[in-house]
Design a protein around this ligand. Structure first.
Ligand code: BGC
Length: 785
């Protein structure tokens, strides 16, 4: 019965995708293109592309027993970083038996070499292991959390961060990293929004490509490159109600136009591996979803690397209700999930499944081939110890240039959300009241998933201010509040490395002390926000305001009448309407990494003029979620008339975000001319140029992210009111102006229609150019039949 239901589901989605290839054409589509795999610019070698690899792997496979092939599909955790409830057992014995294809959570050249020697010297065929790890935003030198990195809109900087992470990781025994995470996320309750590039598929795709390039370089066999893993395939960011590991359910239209593009972009960039997601898709868990893992990923997109299940995602299909261990193992492997992370279901059951005929040996051969090919691509058969060079570790890891790069990239990721009366930048003189639970904190700065990062190396805000402002500035410090006073929450956070200490004074006492300090100072810098463990995996929040008594603290500080600068640290968009109305300046710094304090001080004192822009909408209140700029128009759009009841709106809050996507201020100001189009009418195969003059009209040199959005006004399906289709980060000296030109290609105007054809539908289009998704100027053009 269960089997029948599953087949029916797969078929129904399969039917949609089959239609793409039939002669059935949409009536309005003039330009139709079936989704075809694109050849990749970066390191990519497939069995067809490299005959030597094919020959090598064929010969190896022919010598392997079924058990040895199954062993290659088993990934075990060896080490201390555990991201799930179960840990791998009997590792030594399993390696010796040839039951292990790769390990993760083991690093340092010494540890990795030891384990690699053990595998190579104790197994019949001497097949080396893969060494994987969650290198998420830096390996030892930590960069801002990915949501922060994305806010730089600086692809070169993002690629550089991945390049440095790869250099350090590969010097530290690793050859495979579990990044980039490209899940589109539009619900800031979901803690893992911190790990991705925010809400937009176009920006997310650009960042996915940049990260794959950074990790893999142009040659995977080099000792300083690593294989990347795009995750979590697919749609994990759309967990219902923002609760981690929850159900996902969405239309194919939304799936292909809004959620799939970044995964596809990573595949096109040549990513070596893909990680499955925990959620289901159209009722079938991603990890057992043949349509997803084979029909779409391989047959349509042409992916030729290997797929690894997320942590125990194979065995978790039992709880999803897909069958017993043996059954879910068959489901995952035949869906196209090649490697089983931690659950060891393949190890325990696949042989019996093959013996009794419920799984074909061909499926095992294919999966084993993919794992062996990955090892070949990494050069491990040539030299299993390529990534275990102790000398290189000593000269590479956390070298001064890398710390300097971290500081530079961190500055670029910060977003100035408010700056009234030019409160910022601060003068390098006078007295600062430095207040808040995150003001002299180090632990939180490197975020909750900083792999091998050492928080004790992180520069606190207090230290950063001292370093940047020097002796001219006197700092008066008070903690003012705990991040949270909820003892249960603190216990949970500390169980996962939180290091939170509850100040035993009452909140009144702490606030009174802070107010006293503020009164004796010229300006208040309040460093507030979340603890790192409040975002990330298994860290969803239903209330996304400042936790604990931090808002009360800010309210009391406001009453002193001193200028109030709020420095935020957090892993998600927060709802901060009071703070927006009452602070004089607000600087969003995310969790900015090893050099956080120096980078924050660089921005506060104007050594760096902020240039970051939000990549996820900040709502006014949690009830507006999901709130994102690229929404579709309804039949009853809200037109601003509050007396008009029957439009799409709330009774108690407007539809506006607190800060829109793309928003971020600078210490200088930029003015934009109206966009000029090269033509007002183009054919479906023509490009269009859009130019805009941007001038720096303020008092500082500065960088601006010039943003281009497009709207397809009439189409066969409802289309977003705006979609990002281009951006350029430019540097303008005070007074300078520049013409910025974008080229809109037919690709930018296409979308997946309800037959899942990628089409350009002729008709009217609008172009919007501006400093964020809200403050834009428009022009229009038509695409002729
Ligand atoms: C996470 C993945 C991660 C894996 C390995 C899982 O819990 O979802 O993102 O790569 O663990 O640590």
């Amino acid at each position: 019965m269960k089997q029948i239901i599953r087949t029916a589901l797969v078929m129904s989605i399969g039917l949609m995708s089959t239609q793409c290839n039939t002669a059935q054409q949409p009536t309005t589509a003039q330009q139709t293109e079936t989704v075809e795999p694109t050849q990749t610019p970066t390191a990519r070698a497939s069995s067809t592309a490299d005959p030597r690899m094919r020959q090598f792997v064929d010969s190896l496979l022919s010598q392997m027993t079924l058990e040895e092939k199954i062993g290659q599909l088993n990934l075990v955790s060896v080490g201390f970083d555990v991201t799930g409830p179960v840990v791998s057992q009997n590792v030594d014995e399993n390696i010796r038996k040839g039951n292990v294809g790769g390990v993760f959570n083991t690093y340092t050249p010494v540890a990795a070499r030891k384990l690699q020697e053990f595998a190579v010297n104790n197994t019949r065929l001497k097949i080396p292991l893969l060494f994987g790890y969650d290198v998420i935003h830096g390996h030892r030198t930590i960069f801002p959390i990915p949501l922060g990195l994305s806010a730089s809109w600086d692809l070169e900087a993002i690629e550089r961060s991945a390049r440095i992470a790869a250099d350090e990781a590969s010097a530290d025994g690793l050859n495979w990293v579990y990044s980039p995470m490209v899940d589109i996320a539009r619900d800031p309750r979901w803690g893992r929004i911190s790990e991705g590039a925010g809400e937009d598929p176009y920006l997310g795709s650009e960042i996915a490509r940049a990260m794959v390039r950074g990790y893999q370089g142009d040659d995977l066999t080099k000792e300083n490159t690593v294989m990347a893993t795009v995750k979590h395939f697919a749609l994990y960011g759309a967990s219902e109600a923002g609760r981690d590991y929850n159900t996902v359910d969405m239309s194919l239209n939304r799936m292909f136009n809004e959620y799939m593009p970044p995964y596809k972009a990573a595949i096109e960039a040549g990513v070596g591996s893909v990680m499955s997601s925990f959620n289901d898709i159209n009722g079938v868990p991603a990890t057992g979803n043949h349509w997803l893992m084979t029909e779409l990923l391989r047959d349509k997109w042409g992916f030729d690397g290997f797929v690894v299940a997320d942590y125990t995602a194979v065995s978790e299909m039992i709880a999803h209700g897909m069958g017993d261990e043996a059954k879910v193992g068959e489901l995952a492997l035949s869906a196209g999930v090649d490697m089983d992370m931690v659950s060891e279901v393949y190890l325990r059951h696949v042989k019996q499944s093959v013996d009794k005929g419920s799984l074909s040996e061909e499926v095992v051969n294919t999966a084993a081939r993919r794992i062996l090919e990955a090892k070949y691509k990494l050069g491990l058969f040539e030299d299993p110890y390529r990534y275990t060079n102790d000398q290189r570790a000593k000269t590479t890891i956390m070298k001064p240039e890398y710390r300097e790069a971290s500081r530079d990239i961190a500055r670029r990721s910060m977003v100035l959300l408010k700056n009234s009366k030019q409160t910022l930048p601060l003068k390098k003189s006078g007295t600062i009241a430095l207040i808040g639970p995150l003001a002299n904190n180090q632990r939180d700065l490197i975020g909750n998933w900083s792999g091998a990062g050492d928080w004790k190396q992180a520069v606190s805000v207090e230290q950063g201010i001292k370093n940047v402002a020097g002796n001219g500035v006197k700092i008066n410090y008070a903690k003012g509040a705990n991040i949270t006073d909820d003892e249960q929450m603190i216990k949970r956070l500390n169980a996962h490395g939180g290091e939170l200490q509850l100040d035993k004074r009452t909140s009144e006492q702490m606030i009174a002390e802070a107010v006293k300090v503020a009164r004796a100072s010229d300006v208040i810098v309040a460093v507030v926000g979340e603890s790192q463990g409040m975002s990330g995996e298994a860290a969803s929040r239903a209330d996304i305001g400042l936790p604990g008594k931090q808002r009360e603290l800010l309210m009391a500080l406001k009453k002193t009448g001193k200028p109030l600068v709020v420095v935020l640290m957090n892993g998600r968009p927060l709802a901060l309407p009071w703070e927006d109305q009452n602070a004089d300046a607000i600087l969003e710094t995310w969790f900015a990494g090893t050099e956080a304090g120096n980078a924050i001080a660089d921005v506060l004192f104007g050594n760096y003029n902020p240039s970051g822009k939000l990549t996820a909408t900040f709502p006014q209140m949690v009830g507006q979620i999901p709130l994102y700029y690229a929404h579709r128009n309804t039949g009853r759009p809200f037109n601003g008339d509050l007396l008009n009841k029957y439009t799409t709106r709330y009774m108690d809050v407007t539809n506006e975000p607190l800060y829109p996507f793309g928003f971020g201020l600078s210490y200088t100001s930029f003015t934009y001319s109206k966009p000029q189009l090269s033509k007002t009418s183009i054919s479906p195969s023509e490009n269009l140029e859009v130019s805009v003059q941007v001038q720096n009209t303020g008092n500082y040199d500065g960088e601006e992210v010039v943003q281009l959005y497009v709207q397809d006004v009439v189409a066969s399906i409802t289309r977003p009111v705006k979609e990002l289709k281009g951006f350029q980060k430019i540097n303008l000296k005070k007074g300078e102006s520049r013409t910025v030109t974008f080229t809109i290609t037919p690709e930018h105007l296409k979308f997946y229609n309800n037959e899942l054809d990628f089409v350009l539908e002729p008709g009217e289009f609008k172009v919007y150019v501006g400093t964020n998704s809200r403050d834009v100027q428009e022009a229009s053009f038509t695409v002729t039949q």
